[in-house]
Design a protein around this ligand. Structure first.
Ligand SMILES: Nc1ncnc2c1ncn2[C@@H]1O[C@H](COP(=O)(O)OP(=O)(O)OP(=O)(O)O)[C@@H](O)[C@H]1O
Length: 649
């Protein structure tokens, strides 16, 4: 009975009393005074946070060769799903984890977008234990880590070199838009990729393109790009200029600029765009200096008006050449006026005039007939960089010619032969000498994609879907008895993603022009046809493989299209984001100062030889002139270095 005489039902106050789950004790670090919880390693785990390879994964086929390891196709045994495994070998004698791999893992864990490759998990393969207790019979066993990635059936270099695949203009536009979506997201997340090339643009069996290989990526300082100020972002700092595979290297990098911006990635996009037509890299410099000549031969030597800051760069000597430019003659056969305009703006020599990804997406070229394919459909055939050699052999057999050598920076595996002893054993790899001797007479004749003056895109004679066929399924056959694996639950990539734009699933199979809520002519299509990536702005997550927290990107920006990208304040990313990135910076710093990685060592020696070969003008006068011209944006090297050092502590 209550005070006012009313009876209160007992059930309303019923509390469920149960066992309180024990929380782990919070400990305090004596040195720092910080509180922490001690996490116990999971069962069967040698390295915290990593699943063991044995019993969980199996290797199937080698897909590609990278700088620090190989990429394999494999199977996740529990789900029988195909995965790609990027192997990172940690040499026992050095016990150093490659800095590029560390950088790639850190960055991939933070990114989540339909057009960016996803890191499923890290796997550790430790040397087998011997009966006597030692780890291996080998004196210095190497440990292997694997980055587990969704399996992608092809990469663009494989597709372009595959004589059985022919891309038409609607396909090219679709692919280009997907690249731009991915790059725009990466840039808005405050990263530069710094290695955009066809081999790093992967395509899955649904025709979704994903940007991969973040080994050279890094975060940049300053504001992200916006539509108001072209030319990219990240100008506030000094970075190493020996980045990007040479043939895709932007002119400012070739001239030794260290205060470059996200525009370096957009140059790569321009190179990829043009490569669709010639089916081979369009700017094949034999040396770093030759790369400059090759670029200016295509785009014309820049006048002072065309690229005012070029004269302050270390390699400014190159701008004394007088090349007229041949872009129109070379690509006029493939592209109409709008197409040429887009290409020339992506390949703008002055990075400040180069289109940003978000501006390029809005280019009228994509509004014109033929419209971009709504859903990319390609013949179902595995086409990777590793297959190029085979395609060339096939072609040279049919024409009786020798295949041209592959591009520099690409590592090819020497086929073990009975009468050829390679130093380091049959598995030894050989890095190609820089500067390919490409003989145009040996290269395959490019297929010409002439645009119809107007009207709908030319129809395929036999449309083939880019969907699994027997033998190339996205799932391996269920013929293995599977061990029970308690961890690793999750749906396949790109399934079950709910778009925050359309409220529907964000994949090509469900997003339609109607549910995307857009009337954009680019997304027009037959009713019932699938829409090309309906959400045109980065979504937080496109799969349930990961449960990584949403990035700041979504909270820092508003909901309208422009607000999504309009820059608010660099500090909107907050001090803790700087903290997050400090690991990457630390690695960057280590790389620059301690030269711990082979790649960076190579880059530095290349940079040195380049400087010597271009006979640098004395630093103070040039540095002073440059600083005056660009003082609004650029900080001095000393400031940046001290900031980097400060970030370490
Ligand atoms: N997820 C994937 N699915 C299928 N193939 C892949 C995948 N990731 C990489 N590959 C293949 O492996 C090749 C090399 O991969 P990646 O570029 O990531 O390695 P890398 O060590 O960084 O190489 P590089 O040193 O040449 O940049 C790619 O060109 C592609 O053909």
């Amino acid at each position: 009975m209550s005070e006012n005489g009313q009876t209160v039902k007992k059930s309303e106050f019923k509390y469920k009393i149960g066992k309180v789950k024990q929380t782990p004790p919070v400990l305090k670090d004596d040195k720092t005074g910080l509180e922490y919880i001690e996490l116990k390693p999971r069962e069967n785990e040698k390295v915290y946070g990593c699943t063991t390879f044995a019993g969980h994964y199996s290797e199937e086929k080698k897909l590609g060769q990278g700088t620090f390891g190989e990429v394999y196709r494999g199977v996740h045994l529990e789900t029988q799903r195909q995965v790609a495994m990027k192997r990172i070998i940690v040499k026992a004698e050095k016990d150093l984890f490659p800095i590029t791999a560390q950088r790639e893992i850190t960055i991939l864990r933070k990114l989540s977008h339909k057009n960016v490759i996803k890191l499923i998990e890290m796997v550790y393969d430790y040397p087998p234990t011997q009966p006597n207790g030692s780890t291996s019979s080998v004196a210095n066993p190497s440990k292997s880590f694997y980055m587990i990635l969704p399996y992608m059936v092809a990469d663009l270099s494989g597709i372009l070199n595959n004589p059985r695949m022919n891309l038409e203009m609607p396909d090219i536009k679709n692919i280009l838009l997907q690249i731009l979506e991915g790059i725009n997201y990466i840039h808005c997340q405050k990263y530069m990729h710094r290695d955009i090339k066809t081999a790093n643009l992967l395509v899955d069996h649904k025709g979704v393109l994903k940007i991969a290989d973040f080994g050279l990526a890094r975060n940049y300082y300053g504001a992200p790009p916006n539509l108001k100020y072209p030319g990219g972002a990240g100008v506030d700092a000094k970075y190493t200029s020996v980045v990007v595979t040479r043939w895709y290297r932007a002119p400012e990098l070739v001239l030794g600029d260290k205060h470059y911006t996200t525009a370096v990635d957009m140059w790569g996009v321009g190179c990829v765009f043009a490569e669709f037509f010639e089916k081979k890299p369009i700017l094949q410099g034999k040396t770093d200096i030759d790369q400059g000549h090759v670029i200016f031969k295509l785009m014309g030597t820049p006048s002072e008006e065309a690229w005012p800051l070029a004269k302050y760069l270390p390699g400014a000597e190159l701008t004394k050449t007088e090349y007229p430019g041949t872009l129109k003659e070379r690509f006029g056969a493939y592209l109409n006026a709008e197409g040429l305009d887009l290409l020339s703006k992506l390949l703008s020599l002055d990075p400040y005039k180069r289109l940003t990804a978000m501006a390029a997406k809005e280019h009228p070229f994509f509004e014109q007939d033929p419209l971009p394919k709504l859903h990319l459909q390609l013949p179902c055939e595995e086409s990777h960089e590793a297959d190029i050699k085979r395609y060339r052999q096939e072609q040279s057999k049919s024409t009786g010619q020798q295949p041209p050598p592959p591009p520099p920076g690409h590592i090819i595996e020497k086929q073990p032969s009975s009468n050829l002893q390679l130093p380091g054993g049959p598995k030894a790899l050989k890095k190609l000498p820089t500067g390919p001797r490409l003989d145009s007479s040996h290269s395959p004749k490019p297929a010409i994609h002439k645009l119809p003056a107007s009207g709908p895109p030319a129809k395929r004679s036999t449309p083939v879907d880019y969907h699994p066929q027997p033998g190339i399924s996205s799932r391996a056959p269920r013929n293995l008895s599977l061990p029970k694996v308690p961890r690793y639950s999750g749906s396949p990539p790109d399934q079950g993603h709910v778009s925050r734009y359309s409220g529907s699933q964000n994949n090509a199979s469900t997003a339609t022009p109607s549910n995307s809520g857009r009337t954009d002519s680019r997304y027009r299509g037959d009713i019932g046809q699938r829409s090309y990536g309906a959400p045109r702005y980065p979504a937080a997550s496109d799969s349930q493989w990961h449960k990584y927290p949403r990035s700041r990107y979504n909270s820092a920006y508003g909901s309208s299209a422009h607000d999504q990208y309009s820059y608010k304040d660099p500090r909107a990313y907050g001090p803790d984001s700087r903290e997050n990135n400090s690991i990457v910076r630390r690695m960057e710093f280590n790389a620059q100062n301690n030269s711990t990685s082979k790649l960076d060592q190579k880059q530095h020696s290349q940079e040195r030889s380049y400087k010597e070969s271009t006979r640098l003008p004395t630093a103070p006068s040039n540095a002073g002139a440059r600083k005056n011209a660009d003082s609004e944006y650029r900080k001095s090297a000393a400031e940046n270095n001290s900031e980097d050092i400060a970030n370490l502590y």
